[in-house]
Ligand binder design. Structure first.
Ligand SMILES: [Zn+2]
Length: 343
């Protein structure tokens, strides 16, 4: 894996920022206190026990747990928030500090800086992104996921749930089909020569990757890139692990006609987003495009996300389950916030 110049520059920025962040956050205990007092700003909390449901006023003593005024059983003031059941607060707070400074780091880099596993860092980032998405609707512009095909790379390792990559693809395909049925059908956007070449060889009865590779004079990389794009455009679908066939339905909802101002603007936005992904994350599973677009926004929008805003946001936001992260699928059109709307 080769780090891009932007990624290297950000890593150095992060290293330079760390002493200041360390001084601000202090020990793990101090970080817990910071998070708890952010959670306590809600001032009241309902007892989570259904049979009780008493409305408690949160005591101002910065304790994580206090007895319910109704049933006397313990209530955690992080209940239902982003900090629900969190063991270590400091790694999360460091990540927030870095993103609030516009320093985008990959899960790998964050893991190195904060001492958590890459997997934990990745899930923490995705959790943050997931709750930020709903905030993007007013500022963001919707662009077609297919425009960002270049940012997508296939997973070669198992998913965080320990599933082989194919299971994730199947799930995604189902969700994509469901979404596509809700759209009207329009013309196909233009295709590259490689895509045309590959599409010609794929029939409704299907063909394997190896067979394709023998028939077409393309490198393995170019072939699999073309397949990914065709699949994203909904022209072909995967049957088994390595077999492709023509899609029976005409897919894709939006045309990308040249000369159309809005569309060329969208293509420009997509290009910027793709280079963001490539520079900082090398590539993504396509299901997470929307989540990383949210991270991009957090890192560049200082008006919406000034210093200390993320902790407030997280403390007042719901917790996101593991399942929700796993099941999240980027819609066919997703939000990107253009730099032009940020001051
Ligand atoms: Zn109670």
């Amino acid at each position: 894996m080769v780090d891009s110049d932007r990624s290297k520059a950000n890593w150095e920025k992060a290293l330079r920022a760390m002493p200041e962040i360390e001084a601000k956050l202090g020990t793990e205990l101090n970080c817990e206190l910071i998070a708890l007092s952010a959670c306590a700003k809600r001032t009241t909390i309902y007892c989570p026990r259904r049979e009780c449901g008493f409305l408690n006023t949160i005591p101002s003593n910065n304790k994580r747990v206090f007895p319910c005024g109704g049933c006397s059983k313990d209530i955690s003031i992080t209940a239902g928030t982003y900090f629900h059941k969190v063991q270590k607060f400091k790694p999360r707070l460091i990540m927030m500090e870095l993103y609030e400074r516009g320093i985008v780091l990959s899960a790998n880099q964050l893991a190195k800086l904060t001492g958590v596993s890459t997997d934990t860092a990745s899930r923490t980032l995705k959790r943050l992104a997931l709750i930020a998405i709903s905030e993007m609707r007013n500022l963001g512009i919707e662009i077609v996921s297919a425009l960002c095909a270049d940012a997508v790379c296939r997973r070669t390792t198992k998913t965080p749930a320990g599933e082989p990559p194919i299971a994730e693809e199947t799930l995604l395909q189902l969700e994509t089909n469901r979404q596509e049925n809700e759209y009207s059908i329009v013309e196909m956007p233009d295709m590259s020569e490689e895509e045309k070449l590959v599409l010609q060889e794929i029939s409704e009865s299907g063909i394997t990757f190896d067979q394709l590779a023998q028939k077409i004079a393309l490198s393995i990389g170019a072939l699999s890139a073309a397949l990914t794009v065709l699949e994203l455009k909904g022209l072909i679908e995967k049957q088994f692990a390595d077999s492709y066939r023509r899609s029976k339905k005409l897919h894709l909802s939006m045309t990308m006609q040249e000369g159309d101002l809005a569309n060329s603007h969208n293509a420009e936005l997509a290009k910027i987003f793709v280079s963001f992904v490539k520079d900082f994350f090398q590539g993504l599973g396509r299901k997470y495009l929307q989540l990383y677009s949210a991270l991009d926004w957090i890192a560049k929008d200082r008006r919406r996300w000034p210093s200390n805003s993320l902790i407030e946001f997280c403390a007042s936001n719901r917790c996101v389950s593991e399942e929700e992260i796993e099941e999240y699928v980027t819609p066919l059109a997703f939000y990107v916030v253009p730099s032009s709307v940020l001051s």
